[in-house]
Design a protein around this ligand. Structure first.
Ligand code: OAD
Length: 247
């Protein structure tokens, strides 16, 4: 694919100091992690979200939810970061103030070398006690139910945000602050429909940041963005990083 990045955008990015990048499932698509809303391969085409990703589902069918997340965890650990993740890791030092916020739970940004990643929806590789929230790194598998917390006997669950649950307060506060004061806001690989994460884009737009979207498809943001780079992030971001001299 020919990636065409407007020289006017490169010029503006070269002088910017405070940049926020917000990513969604699309950035991990080229690593082989299916996106949520992909009609052919997306995980929700096989399962309804409310059967898997809600507190009610976990109460109703804890073993099914545990097993599904365990499979996803193995899947995520078996794949590698792609050139899109790598480009963002390389870009983190390019601007004096750089924030990376993700809705993804796969930990691929960190594995590519990004630091201080703000995870809005938790991390699938972490497991916590469903009652106390304490993190647990070893557990004894059970046949018919999820493993249990050694301390209190409650079920263990993935440390991800389910539909209907609140986002981690400090992560959301840090992301909100960054969206309010960034000069440039990148929206990468997200359908921009799930709030409150999508609200970060609204904050950036409202305070006058330069908004850039990287996505092969159009989203509710596309018409409002200052620049749209319509391609896969694993191709667009490395070209951008190279043109800026960061790669
Ligand atoms: P979605 O699955 O909703 O959207 C993925 C987006 O990535 C779409 O807009 C695609 O066009 C785009 N995309 C696909 N391949 C791409 C590529 N190679 N490069 C760039 N973009 C690409 O994922 P999210 O927006 O992340 O929440 O979904 C948001 C939240 O909804 C998720 O975090 C999850 C979900 O339900 C919770 O689990 C709480």
């Amino acid at each position: 694919m020919m990636v065409d990045i407007p020289s006017e955008l490169i010029a503006q990015l070269s002088v910017a100091k405070n940049v926020l990048v917000s990513t969604g499932a699309g950035i991990s698509a080229e690593s082989g992690v299916p996106t949520f809303r992909d009609a052919q391969t997306g995980m929700w085409s096989k399962f309804r979200p409310e059967e898997l990703a809600t507190p009610e589902a976990f109460v109703r069918n804890p073993k099914m939810v545990w097993d599904w997340y365990a499979e996803r965890r193995d899947q995520v650990q078996a794949v590698e970061p792609n050139p899109g993740h790598d480009a963002l890791a390389a870009l983190q030092k390019f601007w004096s103030d750089f924030t990376l916020v993700t809705q993804n739970v796969d930990g691929l940004h960190q594995r590519a070398g990004s630091r201080d990643v703000i995870e809005l929806h938790g991390n699938i590789t972490r497991v916590k006690c469903a009652r106390e929230g304490t993190h647990v790194s070893v557990w004894v598998p059970n046949e018919d139910e999820p493993p249990k917390c050694e301390k209190c006997g409650s079920y263990l669950r993935p440390d991800v945000v389910w539909f209907g649950e609140s986002l981690p307060v400090r992560a959301l506060e840090a992301a909100t602050h960054a969206a309010q004061c960034c000069e440039v806001f990148f929206s990468v690989g997200t359908s921009s429909v799930v709030y409150p994460a999508a609200g970060l884009t609204d904050l950036a737009l409202n305070q006058g940041a330069l908004v850039v979207e990287v996505n092969p498809d159009s989203t509710p943001l596309t018409d409002r963005a200052d620049f749209v780079l319509p391609g896969p992030s694993g191709e667009v971001l490395p070209v951008l990083a190279k043109q800026l001299g960061a790669l």
